[in-house]
Ligand binder design. Sequence first.
Ligand SMILES: Nc1ncnc2c1ncn2[C@@H]1O[C@H](COP(=O)(O)OP(=O)(O)OP(=O)(O)O)[C@@H](O)[C@H]1O
Ligand SMILES: [Mg+2]
Length: 503
Amino acid sequence: MFDRIDPDKFATLIEINTLINSNYGDATSLLTQILESATRLTEGEASSLVLKNEEDGKLYFEIALGPKGRDVKKFSLNPGEGIAGWVAEHGQSLIVNDVETDSRFYGDISKSIGFPTYSILAVPMLVRDRCVGVLEILNKRGMKYFTQSDLQWLEIFAVQAAIAIENARYLEKAKEEIGYLRDQISSDQGYHLLIAESPDILEKLDLIDRVAKTDSSVLILGESGVGKELFAEQVHLKSPRKNKPFIRVNCAALPEGLLESELFGHVKGAFTDAVQNRRGRFELADGGTIFLDEIGDLPLKLQAKLLRVLQQKTFERVGSSDTVSVDVRIVAATNRDIDTLVKKGEFRNDLYYRLNVLPIYVPALRQRKEDIPALADFFLKKFCRETKKQMNGFTDSAMELMLSYSWPGNVRELENAIERAVVIAKEKTIGARDLLIGGSGPEHDEFRGKSLREALNLFKKHFIATALEENQWKQTETARVLDIQRTYLSRLIKELSIASTKE
Ligand SMILES: Nc1ncnc2c1ncn2[C@@H]1O[C@H](COP(=O)(O)OP(=O)(O)OP(=O)(O)O)[C@@H](O)[C@H]1O
Ligand SMILES: [Mg+2]
């Protein structure tokens, strides 16, 4: 093919082959290097790499080098337009050494950016006979003509660029697929067992049974840690959609831009960030349920978009004007006071109104103490399994403590307390001391409605009990720490009826 192989060209080729084999992450920088080498070896003044968009058939400038490179990137070519359009359409290379005499030349871009074009060398990037784009070199330096040898070299670079693009696209596609499968797996195996004993919760589950059959949106409210996510799962599992995906999205976890593309997907744009069109969570949830957790944190712009999904079941992917329709049931949750957010203008009234068709309020754990023994048992078994420890339950005082404590962190706090207790317990039965709760002082609730004297006594009681706890209930040592007489301490213990939680 070549009479003499130029050592510089040969070395460049090897270098690029090595890059293709070692670079999986950053397609843009790899393609830029390929184009830079091609431009240098063909002695061009400027160059560009245009890619064909499968959806609209247009050619987009992905990379453009030369004095006006930045300006060129704003343009796109319609199918068949210009030299590059012709090359893409015919899958054939082309040398045009005087563009003015070639009717295929499209001079608008050149004129508009102020870069006079004299000659063009353009070759298609082919992948199994399919043209994915075009490499174009402009103006051979020194007013020379592009040669047949330039064209052959550029064709070699075009093959390499095509391989790099294919690799990047496969990688992106594989990533999307992995993400989707991961979602599937976690939503199949990720359902939780919901423990319910209290009449309050049993009643809520009954309500969910009825609500689940419909397609209405459900808003789950309640303090942090009460189990809102588990109730959302129940809405899905008891609905006719139960065999379809249950897709979880935490609206507070991502900044607005990323959240928008996570929810609604995006179309191919910048090469590095979005090589492929990508489906968002709403599309992944099609036929199933989407769980929008922490909905109170949804930015206003996305609230508007969500409202339209609720009203019309349609939206647009980021960067596209094509409308996508989905059949998705929306379940949202928050521990924030949405009424207040609405008053402050941080949450759209119309969206709140739409979401709030079927509100479900999950009560705090302290309001349904009947659930505590069953939950405690459930978590004990779970953590015994995980730690491979054998435990046989709770002492009476441990159970009493759990029943009297106010659990400001709700079920999550109970779960954590038991996990800790399983780890630190020396005996086979978990004692009150293993739970490490309630010793930190009385809860604010306990003071409410009390006289000063009662409140002071309550405080004294907690304070002394904690000190005793810390000193293994040895009164002499505790008295010394508290700087009081041992006899006085013993009187206080009786007066305040401080009971040892030590078995
Ligand atoms: N009824 C229940 N049965 C079994 N486990 C529960 C129950 N309620 C809550 N849990 C467990 O308690 C923890 C907290 O529950 P969840 O994450 O659903 O709370 P949440 O209300 O969503 O809290 P947040 O507002 O902080 O997100 C989880 O580990 C969950 O598995
Ligand atoms: Mg939650």
